[in-house]
Design a protein around this ligand. Structure first.
Ligand code: ATP
Ligand code: MG
Length: 416
């Protein structure tokens, strides 16, 4: 017996309609904002993520699925969607096309993490990227797309926003952070000691209890923003006010990826405990340049489908059930089953969901099965019916029966 790898999940046929529902709402929301889908490969050159996600991020230092392929190239399964989208934007010369270039994706992502509820090694993201626009309205728009999705899904969340400034104002902030953390270094975790040297901002993102305690009193980026970053942040807030979207400012949000500048945001649900962040994103004006493109401002976000579904389940959001069969055609014997097969084929060609017996069961057992699969009607074909050219159709919700001629079957079930 070979088991499923740790941190991965099967989506069973009986559950997949829930995923399809969330995905279809995500596509619908993207369409509403006039955003088309981008599909990029599941694996990329490792260097893309090292440079794109950032050398000091947890993702690159500990979580990537990296391997050598048979041609000795270092390949990595995508741990997130943005780096691949940026690579594609540059490689396909989208900067020379219509700007802003907007795109969305629904993709699996891979991170070697400690599996927990809402934290998997293969998970799925819905993400949106907007390239080429630097206005604060664009940041607000990205937030609004996520907000629209969450509202359509019936998910209650709190929106937290912050600004982590630009490289200019962050330099001074980093100095302030280092000065603040220096006397606390001994009490910090091993990772934070490295972060202290390489990228002090990362310290604020640590999930260790001790580090979190120290972090609580750390200086805040918002107090160090340069004039332009301050104005940008004020405009983002004004746009959100205009849109009537409630938010809280959380100076501790720095995001797990290295490429963010200015606005960062997280939508957090209180109903699923520690893994409460369902959607997260921000502005990343330096990334496209970092990956070899011309300097291009950008903003985006990604939401975890697993976490969205967990929240929906825990808060009792009703997900529309998949379509049930309109009719189950039961046959008494082989001849009758043949007729059922023939009629089912006709019905399906006319777009009517029809089911038949594949198991050579008795009529009684077929009725049981029809009930299990929630067929709306059961049409029985027995010896007499076969002679008369009719079937006895039972409406499973009212219990009423009537005879329907074989040749009228399509017309009868058409709008049922
Ligand atoms: P966290 O702080 O929870 O580790 P993150 O900052 O690493 O999240 P992002 O890289 O911003 O997450 O990914 C966007 C979204 O993808 C998250 O808000 C979350 O909903 C989802 N996500 C991230 N990692 C996982 C995972 N291992 N399993 C399931 N969903 C995940
Ligand atoms: Mg993470």
């Amino acid at each position: 017996m070979i088991n499923i790898p740790k941190g991965t999940k099967d989506v069973l046929p009986s559950e997949s309609y829930k995923w399809q529902y969330v995905e279809s709402v995500a596509r619908e929301v993207a369409e509403l904002f006039h955003i088309q889908e981008l599909r990029t490969p599941t694996f990329e050159h490792t260097e893309l993520f090292q440079r794109g996600v950032g050398d000091t991020s947890d993702i690159v230092t500990k979580e990537m699925y990296t391997f050598k392929d048979k041609g000795d190239r270092s390949i990595t399964l995508k741990p997130e969607g943005t780096a691949g989208a940026v690579r594609s934007f540059i490689e396909n010369g989208m900067a020379n096309g219509v700007l802003p270039a907007k795109m969305y994706y629904i993709t699996p992502a891979f991170r070697y993490e400690r599996p927990q509820a809402g934290r998997l090694r293969e998970f799925h993201q819905f993400g949106v990227e907007i390239f080429g626009a630097k206005s604060a309205q664009t940041d607000a728009e990205a937030i609004l797309i996520a907000d629209t999705l969450l509202k359509k899904l019936g998910i209650q969340v709190q929106l937290y926003i912050n600004s982590i400034g630009c490289p200019t104002c962050r330099a001074e902030y980093n100095r302030a952070l280092k000065a603040f953390f220096a006397p606390h270094l001994d009490g910090l975790c091993y990772d934070c000691k490295t972060r202290y040297e390489k990228n002090p901002l990362r310290l604020l993102d640590c999930k260790e209890e001790n580090c979190k305690k120290v972090n609580a009193n750390a200086p805040k980026m918002l107090d160090y923003l340069c004039q332009e970053c301050k104005e940008h942040f004020e405009s983002v807030k004004a746009c959100l006010d205009l849109a009537g979207v409630a938010y809280e400012i959380d100076p501790r949000i720095v995001r797990g990826l290295d490429y963010y500048t200015r606005t960062v945001f997280e939508f957090v649900s209180t109903s699923i405990g520690a893994q409460g962040t369902v959607c997260a994103g921000g502005r990343y004006d330096k990334l496209i340049q970092e990956l070899g493109g011309n300097p291009t401002p950008a903003v985006g976000f990604a939401g975890g489908l697993e976490r969205l579904l967990i929240v929906m389940e825990q808060t009792g959001v009703e997900i529309p059930l998949p379509q049930m069969p309109t009719v189950y055609l039961a046959g008494m014997d082989d001849e009758c089953r043949k007729k059922a097969f023939e009629i089912a084929t006709k019905l399906r060609r006319a777009g009517i969901i029809a089911e038949i017996d594949y198991m050579e069961r008795s009529v009684k057992a077929q009725f049981k099965y029809a009930d299990k699969i929630h067929a709306k009607f059961v049409a029985v074909i027995g010896g007499n019916e076969l002679l008369e050219g009719v079937m006895s159709v039972k409406n499973m919700s009212t219990g009423e029966s009537e005879k329907v001629a074989f040749e009228n079957a399509t017309a009868y079930f058409q709008d049922k």
